[in-house]
Design a protein around this ligand. Sequence first.
Ligand SMILES: C[S@@+](CC[C@H](N)C(=O)[O-])C[C@H]1O[C@@H](n2cnc3c(N)ncnc32)[C@H](O)[C@@H]1O
Length: 197
Amino acid sequence: MNSEFWNDRYSSSDYAYGIEPNDFLKKQNFKPKGNILCLAEGEGRNAVFLARQGYKVTAIDYSLKGLQKTQQLAKIFKVSIDTICADIGTYDFDENQWDGIVCIFGHFPPSLRNKVHSKIYSSLKKGGKCVLVAYSKEQLKYNTGGPLNADLLYSINELEEDFSDFKTILIEQIEINISEGKFHDGLSSVIQIIGEK
Ligand SMILES: C[S@@+](CC[C@H](N)C(=O)[O-])C[C@H]1O[C@@H](n2cnc3c(N)ncnc32)[C@H](O)[C@@H]1O
């Protein structure tokens, strides 16, 4: 998968993962009015939700089409979001910068996964919070969404290691029903993390 794959996926007028935020993210909160970076944000459903809660939101994705739809959704809900079209592997998130970082179904190859997660840690302010949701390797059995390549799916052991510098408030692998657009639909195996710096 590359940016062309995602531009193609986002080329229809409907929203591939819907316009409602991820269920787990919906229950979280961050420092009031804090600045939040949404990684691999796609068409913006999570970024718009956070902006509507009063956070100052920046969304990064390498799909220009996805970010155009993020701006379209932001306009509908009358909120403002900064969008950055960049590859997360090379983009510099800056140090001690963010009150929150959100990564919902951003799946990176093994060579990048650990690097992205350590960039999340260093770019959070002290006390800042990361919220991450990703499909586990078990997801291949379910066929209800997510990458079909095991290398892009995560194990809880890998993530425990990646998040070892964080104070982990929660790290769990669960089986849940997901109904987030036509590409994420049905009983699924996901890993949910709340980590604080
Ligand atoms: C399954 S979608 C999730 C979109 C969004 N987070 C959501 O939950 O609706 C995965 C997103 O990751 C983005 N992505 C994957 N690898 C990336 C990378 N290296 N740099 C930037 N974006 C990336 C894709 O463009 C795509 O929008």
